[in-house]
Each structure stands twice: as structure tokens, then as C-alpha cells.
Design a protein around this ligand. Structure first.
Ligand code: PLP
Length: 391
């Protein structure tokens, strides 16, 4: 039988969020009310001036293929933004644009890692990391994020896992699924450890502008690490643009051509009208983005307070992104069962922490990208169900 899948497909994982969303939608189709706390995207509309810029670009005829690494004006805007926001000096020639930040995780790992290599990645972490590491044939080496440290790790934890086989270290701050951050002091210590080890660094910074008071720092700004860091950012989260599909990365000079080649082989280029909307996002007014963060902050307080009031549940205050990662071990149930029962019996869709790796056992991920009213209703329903089963 020749009409079968390639063996490598057995190593490619997925994102459970999409599966839970499908199950929640199926339940809704039967007439049940479901409150969605599983989806990792802002529930706000894309700011109006960005939408206008996209429409204008379409009307102006930006409807054809364009340069594979991105339009020069967007590459320049990204370089200027990264330079100003991170205190770096980034040449626009190192910036590559893609349909989302995700292609840089996929192509970044595929371009650099192979069988025999080890890749260190955060666990619990964005599931795509482990998936693409395995797909590339490399060995995933989890770096556990620990609740007691605000879901961070220590420089010593990282140093312990570095070996001569380590080809890449993946970092993500602020983090999905925990909402934890690497404080600037940790970034500096980690950069020092990395400075002594010759490997690639992939720093996924898609939530860099979604912070509640803390300051963002990047390892790329220390010890010349920019030269071997794939600094990944995007528009999905900051500008509520998930469906537009737009991301960018400042790449080590040697990776610009190979990653552009992978883009040419897969998507050719990123829709030019979308890219011009991206220029408007980076260079235009920030009022709507700021208002969105004020609202997220209110929800963050409500979610954490509400979760901590539920018997068997405790939740640390997340410092970034729009996720809470409560500990539910006190319910006495395993994590998957808690998530399944919350959907089936309480009509609240959340993700089991294990969807983000083995170290997510004992936790749930709640996305507070929903109205305060719905969040209140979800917490009440959760309290009723979990209060009844708490040990
Ligand atoms: N990196 C992390 C940590 C994410 O949480 C996500 C989306 O959920 C992405 C990357 C992908 O973002 P994009 O929509 O830009 O592809």
C-alpha cells in the first residue's frame, strides 16, 4: 500500500485549543450555552485605523505577489519598532515577514535542527515548540516552569540542560500558557549562560507588549546574542489581528536567506495589503491597544480573585499575556478530567495544562479574552462544579 502518510507525520503534534474549540462549538450546536475561555486570541476588534489601511491597500491594487521576505516599508517599520522597544540596533535587512509568528517557529527549527540535536524549550509551553522539534527529528529537552517562581526557571536550570548537542534554546516571555515572565534580572543571567554556549536562540516575544507593569527585556540585547537569536514577534496579540496572519522576526544574518527560501517553498509571500495594515499598526496611534490592555488588566484581577475563591483551586497573578494558569490539584481529579467536566457539565471551555506538555499536569489554562460578565458567569459555574467535588 503506497497511499499512506509519511512516517514523519507521526512526529507532528497539534494545538489542543483548536480541538477543544471544535468540541465546544459542537456542544453549542445542540443548543447548550458555552463560555469560551479556551481561545488564545483577543476578543477585541482590530483597531479601526489598521482595518482602514488594509482596505485602502486592497483598493489601491496591492493584490499581487510581493517580495518573499516582506515589503521594504514593513521590514523597515519592524526594524525601527524592535530597535526602539528593545534598545537594539536592527538592520531592516535582517527582518523577515511571514503570515504569522508561527512560521518562524516552524521554519526556524526546520532550518537549523536535525536528528542528533537537542532543543531546550519551556514546558508547560506553546505546544508547537515540542511538535516542530520532534518533526525536525531533534530531541526535545523540557525546561520546567515552576509555579513557585511565578512560572519561571533559573539560569542554573538552563545551564544544567545545555550539552554539546544543544543546537537551540527556545524562550518565551511573557509566556503562553502561564502568563509568567522572565524578569529583566533573569534575562540577564540567562543571556550570560547562553553567551558561553554556541547555539541558536529562538526568543518568542509575541506577548512582549502585553505586560501589566513589568518591563520587557530580551536576551538578544545582551552579550552580542542578537547575532544568533531568532527574535520573533507578531501582530496577532498586540493588535488583535489573529486572522490577518502577520508576524515578523529579526533573524541572524545567516538565516535570512534559508528562511526566505522556506517561505518561497511554502507560502511565496505574505499578503501585501495585510503587510500595509501592519505598517499602520506599528506607526499609528496606540489608543485602542492601550484601552484593550486596561480591560485585560481588569479581567486579570477578576479571574485570579474568582479562581482563588474556588475550593481546591489556587492561581498566581500572571504578569503578562491574557492567560491564567490555576493549580487544580486540590480538586483531587486529574487535569484532563477537570477540563472535560467543566465543558460538559458547567459549559465552560478551558484547556488542560497537559495540552502544553507534561509539566502542565495539575493546571488549567484560562484565556481571559472574554467579557467581564461572561468571566463572572464562568467562574460561578466553575465554583459550583468544583466546590461540589473538592477534597
Ligand atoms: N507564540 C506563542 C507563544 C503563541 O501563544 C502564539 C499564538 O497563540 C504564537 C506564537 C503564534 O502567533 P501567530 O498568530 O502570530 O502565528
Amino acid at each position: 500500500m503506497r497511499a499512506t502518510l509519511a512516517d514523519r507525520m507521526g512526529r507532528l503534534g497539534t494545538e489542543t485549543a483548536f480541538e477543544v474549540l471544535a468540541r465546544a462549538k459542537a456542544l453549542e450546536a445542540t443548543g447548550r450555552r458555552v463560555i469560551h475561555l479556551e481561545i488564545g486570541e483577543p476578543d477585541f476588534g482590530t483597531p479601526a485605523h489598521i482595518v482602514e489601511a488594509g482596505i485602502r491597500a486592497l483598493r489601491d491594487g496591492h493584490t499581487h505577489y510581493c517580495p518573499a521576505p516582506g515589503l521594504p516599508q514593513l521590514r523597515e517599520a519592524c526594524a525601527a519598532h524592535l530597535s526602539a522597544h528593545r534598545g537594539l540596533e536592527i538592520d531592516p535587512g535582517r527582518v523577515v515577514v511571514a503570515p504569522g509568528a508561527k512560521p518562524f517557529l516552524y521554519f526556524g527549527v526546520l532550518a537549523t535542527c536535525q536528528a542528533g540535536d537537542e532543543v531546550i524549550y519551556p514546558n508547560p509551553g506553546f505546544p508547537i515548540y515540542e511538535s516542530v522539534i520532534r518533526y525536525a527529528g531533534a530531541t526535545p529537552v523540557p525546561l520546567p516552569l515552576v509555579e513557585e517562581r511565578g512560572f519561571a526557571f533559573t539560569a542554573a536550570d538552563l545551564a544544567e540542560r545545555l550539552t554539546p548537542r544543544t543546537r537551540m534554546v527556545i524562550l518565551n516571555s511573557p509566556a503562553n500558557p502561564t502568563g509568567g515572565i522572565m524578569p529583566p534580572s533573569l534575562v540577564a543571567e540567562v543571556a550570560e549562560v547562553l553567551a558561553g554556549h554556541d547555539c541558536w536562540v529562538l526568543s518568542d516575544e509575541v506577548y512582549s507588549e502585553m505586560l501589566y507593569g513589568a518591563t520587557h527585556d530580551t536576551v538578544a540585547a545582551h552579550h552580542g546574542l542578537l547575532d544568533r537569536t531568532l527574535l520573533v514577534d507578531g501582530f496577532s496579540k498586540t493588535f488583535a489581528m489573529t486572522g490577518w496572519r502577520l508576524g515578523y522576526a529579526a533573524l541572524p544574518a545567516d538565516l535570512v536567506e534559508p528562511i526566505t527560501r522556506l517561505l518561497i517553498n511554502s507560502v511565496s509571500c505574505t499578503a501585501p495589503a495585510v503587510q500595509l495594515a501592519g505598517v499602520a499598526a506599528l506607526t499609528g496611534p496606540r489608543a485602542e491597544v492601550e484601552a484593550m490592555m486596561v480591560e485585560f488588566d481588569r479581567r486579570r484581577s477578576a479571574v485570579v480573585e474568582g479562581l482563588n475563591a474556588i475550593p481546591g483551586v489556587s492561581c498566581v497573578l500572571p504578569e503578562g499575556a491574557f492567560y491564567a494558569f490555576p493549580n487544580v490539584t486540590g480538586t483531587g481529579m486529574d487535569t484532563r478530567e477537570v477540563a472535560d467536566r467543566l465543558l460538559a457539565e458547567a459549559g465552560v471551555a478551558v484547556l488542560a495544562g497537559t495540552a502544553f506538555g507534561a509539566h502542565g499536569e495539575g493546571y488549567l489554562r484560562l484565556s481571559y479574552a472574554n467579557s467581564l460578565e461572561n468571566i463572572g458567569e464562568a467562574l460561578a459555574a466553575m465554583g459550583e462544579l468544583l466546590g461540589a467535588v473538592a477534597v
